[in-house]
Write a protein that binds this ligand. Structure first.
Ligand code: CTP
Length: 437
């Protein structure tokens, strides 16, 4: 731990453990941090569990060091947002983290399968016993007298060594079917294997996904899409029969895996030519790829299943609309004005997804040309110029401006003089001049 943590964070944990002890409690670091530490891939994602009152402990630390505490009395949890330092520097920079999470050791019971749990205060032993997989039940005791001792009550260290994802008891997936998604995510992230009996239990619990709320599934699904290799996880979900539970038409195949890889690469390296980055959060972009080949009806059903709404829904719909242009983009080089007409209504995020999904180099090239060049092209003359030229404001204005825009895009006019001539010609044809002009 000493080498995995910045020394000031290490010292802060020592102080926290002394305060906890002074309050008659004990402090542990549990879960992902311990797992990753033993895998020699340490993170600073510290989950601290207090046998005692986590909220009081967080408040005591904030009294001593500043910062703010957000607590959740029902769950006995507190988030301590670290303060800015007096010398103007951020404590965050020194500690390497922006906040610390404290949770009161708790017991959970489930009234019925897939429901949210009832929570009661308890011991670290019970707290670890309610968790999903053995490798997540490892804890490090931070009590001053036992500082640094590993607490391994469920054989987590052994499973870590053998690379196994194993539930603690047969009811685990029944209590919480989102663990099905978690098991696969963790398995693929760590390059582990779901243990045989666990896989059997997982398969038996698949029906329960139908009774799990859309929000909980969506949340876990989005975590999958934010992993380094979402394609691998989605394919494993398919092999286990999970994917078709979310929607029977979803399919993971080499096409999707390759597109996921391409998307990740491009998000890291930057979209060719584009100066502005693509702004949508990654999970939605991947979601748009996953649903790219669904029919309109299937897309709607999938979105209803995961209750995908607002901006995310808008992106998926836009991608679907844009997708219909791909055959024409693939077959021939379109006029720039046609590209603008087709592509302008879509957001850059939708364009980006379609660009990633497109199989044809010509289609991709045309999307790039639109994004990089054509979308910025404007005629030199504006509405005001048209007025000055004696044109009557009205519907004819926008039709002339739009034709002018097309002509400039397609290279039919390149100078101010040519634009003026074209406007004059169009207004004569369309009768757009003021009577006095
Ligand atoms: N947990 C659980 N069942 C769930 C969600 C979480 O038992 N449905 C437990 C896990 O044991 C986990 C802990 O709660 O260790 C904290 O959850 P989370 O922060 O999601 O897990 P991490 O292990 O930190 O995962 P990650 O590495 O993905 O952040």
């Amino acid at each position: 731990m000493r080498s995995a943590l910045p020394s000031s964070l290490f010292n802060l944990l020592r102080e926290a453990s002394q305060i906890a002890e002074g309050m008659g409690g004990a402090l542990y670091v549990v879960g992902g941090f311990v797992r990753d530490l033993l895998l020699e891939a340490p993170t600073l994602d510290l989950d601290l569990v207090v046998e005692g009152d986590a909220i009081r402990l967080a408040r005591r630390l904030a009294e001593a060091h500043g910062g703010r505490v957000f607590s959740h009395a029902r769950f006995g949890t507190a988030k301590w947002i670290l303060p800015a330092r007096r010398d103007g520097g951020q404590l965050e920079q020194e500690l390497g983290v922006s906040h610390l999470d404290f949770a009161t050791a708790r017991r959970e019971s489930y009234e019925r399968p897939a429901s949210l749990p009832q929570v009661e205060r308890s011991s670290i032993r019970q707290d670890l016993g309610r968790r999903d997989f053995t490798i997540n039940t490892l804890a490090i005791d931070l009590t001053p007298a036992r500082w640094g001792r590993l607490l391994d009550l469920h054989g987590g260290a052994q499973d870590l060594e053998e690379g196994l994802i194993r539930v603690l008891h047969d009811q685990s997936f029944v209590d919480d079917p989102t663990r099905i998604l978690r098991a696969v995510r963790l398995e693929q992230r760590l390059g582990f294997e779901i243990e045989e009996r666990t896989e059997e239990l997982l398969r038996n619990a698949l029906d329960l996904l139908d009774h799990t709320t859309a929000e909980r599934i969506r949340q876990e699904f989005c975590l999958i899409l934010q992993e380094e290799k979402p394609g691998e996880i989605i394919c494993r979900l398919q092999d286990l029969g999970v994917l078709r539970r979310l929607h029977p038409s979803l399919e993971c195949d080499p096409w999707l895996r390759e597109r996921f890889r391409r998307m990740r690469r491009v998000l890291e390296e930057g979209w060719p030519l584009a100066e502005e980055p693509v702004e949508a959060p990654d999970p939605t972009l991947y979601l748009a790829l996953l649903t790219f080949r669904l029919s309109e009806d299937d897309l709607r059903a999938f979105m209803a299943r995961l209750r995908i709404v607002s901006d995310e829904a808008k992106l998926l719909h836009q991608v679907h609309k844009l997708r219909k242009r791909l055959p024409s983009l693939r077959e021939e080089r379109q006029k720039p004005s046609t590209l603008v007409k087709w592509l302008e209504p879509a957001s850059r995020e939708a364009l980006f997804v379609v660009w990633v999904a497109a199989d044809s180099p010509l289609a991709r090239e045309q999307i790039e040309a639109y994004d990089h060049t054509f979308r910025q092209v404007r005629p030199l003359l504006s509405g005001d110029d048209l007025k000055e030229m004696g044109l009557k404001p009205g519907p004819i204005f926008s039709s002339i401006l739009s034709a002018l825009h097309d002509a400039r895009l397609d290279g039919e006019v390149t100078t101010l003089e040519e634009e003026r001539k074209l406007v004059e010609k169009m207004s004569e044809e369309r009768g757009g001049y003021n009577d006095k002009a």
